[in-house]
Design a protein around this ligand. Structure first.
Ligand SMILES: Nc1ncnc2c1ncn2[C@@H]1O[C@H](COP(=O)(O)OP(=O)(O)O)[C@@H](O)[C@H]1O
Ligand SMILES: N[C@@H](CCC(=O)OP(=O)(O)O)C(=O)O
Length: 377
């Protein structure tokens, strides 16, 4: 890494560390307690250095299969869910024991896609994680595989790691896997593959490099790691993909050593709230704006006022997500609206000082406040 760019892990104080199934379970043979012990020892050192760490650990299904003596990954959903339920016990036990050896308490958080998609549950998960940080506890996250079915799954823990990074507004996401990092081709297929040591997370050429599938043990593969880095970058977190078998990988990264592949965040940092809004809420309506309003939103960094709205489509309530459409029909922003669709229709095109007269009261002078608005490119 160029000396002028500080390492995202060294500079960051809040980190999400994700470990993959093959690592955690010794390629599916059963929990690698020695490796678990080493990561926990390193995370304890990071905590001592003042960093807050969330651990996202895969391996429930792989460990469940090992415990049940199953050689092949089942296809039947309930069998997978049963394996996850069995294996998660092993994960929780292993991490609790390994962190306790360093005087650290742990907490288990099993999340589903719905926990991220529902605003109240999202805020609850966030508050719980922040409370755990406050008490010095290490949260250990996995997907709640036992209740999540395919349609409602996050699906892989690389994505879950990125969502957690968005959730807690982490500075960096560290994805530990069985390869030394991201290569320009799958190194299992091509021994001449070259390690990418550093790139911008939003560089689209990375997606093609990571095209191959993952191991049979886990779920993700390299593609999900690259996409996770892109997602993490949206809330300002850089990602490092590195080998979990590299001795002291976490503490060395925190010392600023360039290990693995650093995929750096370059997009403007969105607040987690805006990130969540853009990713998860269903659009309830559309506001067609005049050119002045488009300029105010996209160039001047202003809130949306009723005066700039020419027409309203859809039925929505206060707090719903609506799209802002420019005169060419292109969506230029989206945000949480302060008025229902019927009230918006009554005040559109009018200056804000007439809102109270028209509606009988004025709760807000803006239709969408800047803090609740995401401007799109
Ligand atoms: N361009 C690439 N660089 C590195 N690994 C790749 C690439 N494309 C595909 N892979 C494969 O992705 C695997 C890592 O994904 P996976 O097995 O799902 O890991 P984890 O269980 O840690 O999530 C590697 O072992 C490798 O075979
Ligand atoms: N939640 C699953 C992990 C799925 C997954 O993404 O695995 P991996 O690709 O190894 O990170 C489990 O614990 O088995």
């Amino acid at each position: 890494m160029a000396p002028e760019t500080p390492s995202p892990i060294k500079a960051g104080t809040r980190l999400v560390v994700k470990v993959g199934s093959s690592l955690v379970t010794n390629d599916g043979r059963g929990l690698d307690l020695q490796a678990v012990g080493q990561w926990c020892e390193q995370i304890a050192a990071l905590r001592k250095a003042g960093k807050e760490v969330v651990l996202v650990s895969s391996g429930a299904i792989a460990e469940g299969m090992a415990r049940l003596g199953w050689k092949r990954r089942p296809v039947e959903m309930h069998e997978l869910q049963a394996a996850a339920a069995v294996g998660q016990m092993g994960l929780a036990q292993a991490y609790e024991g390994a962190f306790a050896a360093h005087g650290l308490r742990t907490a288990q958080i099993l999340l589903t896609h719905e926990d991220m998609a529902d605003r109240l549950r999202y805020l609850n998960a966030r508050s719980t994680l922040l409370a755990l940080f406050k008490f010095g506890i290490v949260p250990i996250v996995n997907e709640n595989d036992t209740v999540a079915t395919d349609e409602i799954k996050v699906g892989d823990n690389d994505t879950l790691g990125a969502l957690v990074a968005n959730l807690v507004e982490a500075d960096a996401l560290i994805i530990l896997t069985d390869q030394t990092g991201l290569y320009d081709q799958d190194p299992r297929q091509n021994p001449n593959a070259r390690l990418i040591t550093r790139a911008q997370a939003d560089d689209q050429s990375l997606v093609a490099m990571a095209g191959g599938a993952g191991s049979h043990i886990g779920k993700g593969g390299m593609l999900t790691k690259v996409l996770a880095a892109q997602r993490a970058a949206k809330s300002g977190a850089s990602t490092v993909i590195a080998s979990g078998r590299e001795p002291n990988v976490l503490t060395r990264l925190a010392d600023g050593e360039p290990i693995g592949s650093a995929l750096l965040a370059s997009e403007p940092i969105w607040s987690a709230r805006k990130q969540w809004m853009a990713d998860h809420l269903r659009l309830r309506g559309r506001l067609l704006l005049d050119a002045g309003a488009v300029k105010a939103l996209t160039l001047d960094g202003k809130s949306l006022l009723p005066v700039g709205v020419r027409s309203v489509e859809g039925v929505f309530e206060t707090g719903d997500l609506v799209a802002c459409i420019d005169p060419n029909g292109k969506e230029c922003a989206r945000g949480l609206i302060n008025y229902s669709s019927s009230d918006t229709r009554r005040i559109m095109g009018k200056p804000s000082n007439q809102i109270a007269d028209i509606l009988g009261e004025m709760t807000e002078s803006e239709l969408i406040h800047r803090d609740n608005l995401v401007v799109l490119n």
